[in-house]
Design a protein around this ligand. Structure first.
Ligand code: ASP
Ligand code: MG
Length: 404
């Protein structure tokens, strides 16, 4: 049985007129020959946030099974509403919740991971219905408690179901046209990327581009299925997330992202001897603080060094506190929260030289000072002052020829 998996995000199911639009998209697929369609839905936009707020009026600890029971109701509601609408409009459909399939997860409440999906029930139901509307974002633990997959997790539900059904593709309908070469609100000529690799999109996600739940991409990569991210409002092709071999044109740089979610901390005058960096980052790790970019300088006399690194903005205060209260000797500690991390991402970097040179020269020409640099095989990130973000993004976008 060939089953098409279509996932709709919160804004695509936000009200009745959007649900009508969903119904038209499904109808079109049916008339194009897709006889069996599995629709995975998010809660209507705003609903989950609202539920979180209600819960937090009583308890801030979200590692509690009741939190998941509450949060999962958003998708219970939207799936049933959509199925009702489809039936009213002549499409034989029913809603189905995570536990009814079942989608078995571990018991990490609020952040559960899918372990197994039983497809038997789905296949059986498809004998009776043409469309199944699955509540995304939820599953059930082996102890029979409802679980949720972490915010944004309905993408992961959709990809996991597509994998279980051995589909080759999972369509994700959203409120943007696809994945862009840079933020279109800042870079006017940013363009839609037709093909992007799993690795590239994972790097972009780590930079705060929130188009897909990262675990959905990891799953798609592991089981080699494509994700088509597309608009539910504009009837055109979106961006296809594919494996590297299938990306024919490997531009050196695929996308340029900016994130303003970091703070940098500098420790000056630390002893230049073995073990100090280990101590510093050990203390931060013990405090559960993620360090991203790091740079170390040594003074001429070889006695002292300084070290600069970035931490998530929300953890800046905590990091300063644990370092100040530690045994580490330093002359001065300082921090800066008005910074921006600009990253260029592209699998083509693996086989091209001079990519970094273009980046540094372009920024220099605009008189933008680089504070910290970090690289991976397919990414170069630099830290700059946040008010230079727009100039940096636009000039780099142009320098790598990414414009329209
Ligand atoms: N409704 C959930 C959330 O807002 C899951 C999702 O939309 O993917 O996080
Ligand atoms: Mg989402």
């Amino acid at each position: 049985m060939s089953i098409l998996v279509m996932k709709f995000g919160g804004t695509s199911v936000a009200n009745l007129s959007r649900i009508k639009n969903l119904q038209q998209l499904v109808k079109k697929k049916i008339s194009n020959g897709h006889k069996k369609i599995l629709v995975v839905v998010s809660a209507m936009s705003g609903v989950t946030n609202n539920l979180v707020q209600q819960y937090k009026k009583i308890d801030f600890n979200i590692n509690n099974p009741e939190y998941d029971v509450i949060l999962s109701t958003g998708e219970q509601y939207s799936s049933a509403l959509i199925s009702t609408f489809l039936n009213k409009n002549g499409i034989k459909s029913r809603s189905i919740l995570g536990w009814q399939i079942p989608i078995i997860t571990d018991d990490k409440f609020s952040q559960a991971r899918i372990e197994k999906i039983n497809t038997e029930k789905i296949l059986k139901l498809f004998k009776k219905f043409n469309v199944l509307v699955v509540a995304g974002f939820q599953g059930i633990s082996l102890e029979d408690r409802i679980t949720t997959l972490g915010r944004g997790g309905s993408d992961t539900s959709a990809v996991a179901i597509a994998v279980a059904l051995k589909s080759k593709i999972c369509e994700i309908y959203t409120d943007v046209e696809g994945i862009f070469s840079s933020d279109p609100r800042v870079v006017k000529d940013a363009k839609k990327i037709e093909n992007i690799t799993y690795e590239e999109i994972l790097e972009m996600a780590s930079l705060g581009s929130k188009v897909l739940h990262p675990r959905s991409v990891e799953l798609a990569m592991k089981y080699d299925i494509n994700i088509h991210v597309r608009s539910s409002f504009k009837r055109k092709q979106g961006s296809m997330v594919v494996k590297e071999e299938n990306k024919i044109e490997k531009e050196v740089v695929t996308g340029i992202a900016a994130s303003e979610n970091d703070a940098n901390i500098s420790l000056k005058g630390i002893p230049d001897k073995p073990g100090v960096a280990g101590q510093i980052f050990g203390i931060l790790a013990d405090a559960d603080i993620n360090v991203d970019m790091i740079v170390q300088n040594i003074t001429d006399d070889g006695k002292f060094a300084s070290i600069t690194f970035t931490v998530p903005l929300d953890d800046c205060k905590k990091a300063l506190k644990v370092l100040r209260n530690s045994k580490i000797k330093f002359k001065k500690i300082s921090f800066d929260t008005k910074i921006c991390k600009i990253s260029i991402v592209g699998v083509g970097m693996k086989s091209n030289v001079g990519v970094a040179k273009v980046m540094f020269e372009t920024l220099a020409k605009k008189n933008i000072n680089i504070k910290v640099i970090s690289t991976s095989e397919i990414k170069i990130s630099v830290l700059i002052e946040s008010h230079k973000k727009k100039v940096a993004l636009n000039s780099l976008h142009k320098a790598y020829g990414l414009g329209l």
